[in-house]
Ligand binder design. Structure first.
Ligand code: HEC
Ligand code: HEC
Length: 378
């Protein structure tokens, strides 16, 4: 079906210029298959529409459309790389301004569509710009940042424009402005290190159905993440039974990952895991670039490699304590490095609460570097 539920355009504001008589629309073309699910039964949580939502077929386009509502015809269009671009503002100075999903803010002539100006702002823009005046000078301000339902659910299509970096900023521009952005944080390849795919085809297929119904709305169609919540193909939990604690019992509830015990049994979660392992093996080495979570690149690489980031952050309690809190607790404790290295290796509970840390298989050299880094946080 075209357009699909994402619309021919979605919530991103359109604009009207009374001088040109045109409306400017952040248009998109995203088809969607609607296949009825046989013998559908609704359930307490999950996707309850009775349609199979796995996959987005057909054209995926995005463009800025200038439309004459009186003549009912297109006047000009400017193509974007992919769908889900920003809202639009039209100014009295014959300008149309729109941010896009590649991370650029663009200005066009309102009457002809000629592109006049474009600037790289490092992160996609979904919001609409505003125009305002202070002391006789005109400013254009816009919010940058990536997120929303589309980037959660659309999987691969969400990454079509090649930039899934979420940097939230208010940016204001004026003629003759001289401010510059700090250097963009480094990008990093998504590391897919799944265990071997050993499940039979029937289990994988059951897992695919369950994933589509209960998980894809946040973790992305075909198990491809849009960069907002973890891409499950790269999850360190694919090879770890703690997967069930997260999926069924809510071990990561505090981070927004609800328990699915009400609708899934252990064998269902196992089928989803088998499907994810298969998808990860299929896509190994071809994931989209993901942004590093911290500026401390070497430590971030290790923390990401061993999946510590799933449960810990620098300064906010997640499943486990935050690193700053750990450093504060053990400040001045000469035995701490050895103790913590053992704890990370073997797992355990009771120091910070009842939730256990599972064992982490980390080679000693990396373990030492991680503990040193953690204890140095202030
Ligand atoms: C409503 C949104 C939502 C749905 C639906 C959802 N998740 Fe999650 N999931 C999250 C969030 C948010 C996180 C944790 C984000 C973070 O680490 O800060 C997460 C984390 C996870 C993790 C840990 C990944 C890692 O490596 O850190 C696993 C595993 C997981 N989810 C599996 C599933 C499975 C399986 C389903 C379907 C049964 C599912 N999720 C459905 C939002 C969701
Ligand atoms: C599945 C979630 C999870 C993962 C993955 C995880 N941790 Fe933990 N971590 C925890 C929990 C929960 C605790 C608190 C345990 C306790 O109360 O004794 C903890 C505690 C810790 C502590 C403090 C230990 C203490 O006894 O004070 C350190 C240091 C730590 N983790 C580092 C790491 C590192 C490094 C990694 C990656 C190699 C990692 N964790 C992976 C959940 C996790």
């Amino acid at each position: 079906m075209m357009p699909g539920p994402d619309g021919a355009h979605s919530w991103h504001p359109m604009a009207y210029n009374p001088k040109t008589g045109l409306v400017y629309i952040p248009a998109q073309e995203i088809a969607k298959s609607f296949t009825p699910v046989k013998d559908f039964k609704s359930s307490e949580i999950g996707w309850n529409l009775g349609v199979d939502v796995a996959g987005t077929p057909g054209a995926k386009k995005g463009y800025l459309l200038a439309w004459d509502p009186v003549a009912q015809k297109e006047v000009w269009r400017s193509e974007h790389v992919g769908p889900w671009n920003g809202g639009i503002v039209a100014t009295a100075g014959n300008l149309v301004i729109q941010g896009d999903a590649t991370g650029h803010l663009n200005a066009y002539r309102a009457d002809t569509g000629e592109k006049l100006w474009s600037i790289d702002v490092q992160s996609p823009i979904m919001a609409a710009p505003v125009s305002y005046e202070v002391g006789g000078e005109q400013y254009i301000a816009v919010l940058s940042g990536f997120g929303s339902a589309f980037s959660l659910q659309a999987g691969k299509v969400a990454a079509q424009s090649g930039n899934i970096r979420n940097i939230s900023r208010v940016l204001a521009f004026k003629i003759g402005g001289t401010a510059t952005l700090p250097a963009a944080p480094p990008t990093q390849q998504l590391a897919l290190n799944p265990p071997p795919a050993t499940a039979d085809a029937a289990t994988v297929s059951a897992g695919e159905q369950l994933f589509g119904r209960y998980c894809s709305a946040c973790h992305g169609e075909n198990a491809v993440g849009g960069g907002v919540v973890p891409d499950l193909r790269a999850s360190g939990f694919l090879g770890n039974d703690f997967f069930y604690e997260i999926v069924l019992n809510g071990a990561m509830k505090g981070a927004g990952m609800a328990p699915f015990k009400a609708v899934l049994e252990q064998k269902d979660a196992a089928a989803i895991r088998a499907y994810l392992v298969k998808r990860a093996n299929e896509d190994k080495g071809s994931g989209p670039a993901l942004e590093a979570a911290s500026s401390d690149a070497a430590a971030t690489q290790l923390l990401t490699k061993y999946n510590c980031q799933a449960c810990h952050t620098l300064d906010k309690k997640l499943v486990g304590p935050d690193y700053k809190e750990v450093a504060a607790k053990y400040a001045g404790d000469a035995a701490a490095p050895g103790k913590l290295a053992q704890k990370i290796k073997n797992g355990g509970s009771g120091v910070w609460g009842q939730i256990p840390m599972p064992p982490n298989s980390v080679p000693d050299a990396d373990l030492k570097a991680l503990v040193e880094w953690i204890l140095a946080q202030k």
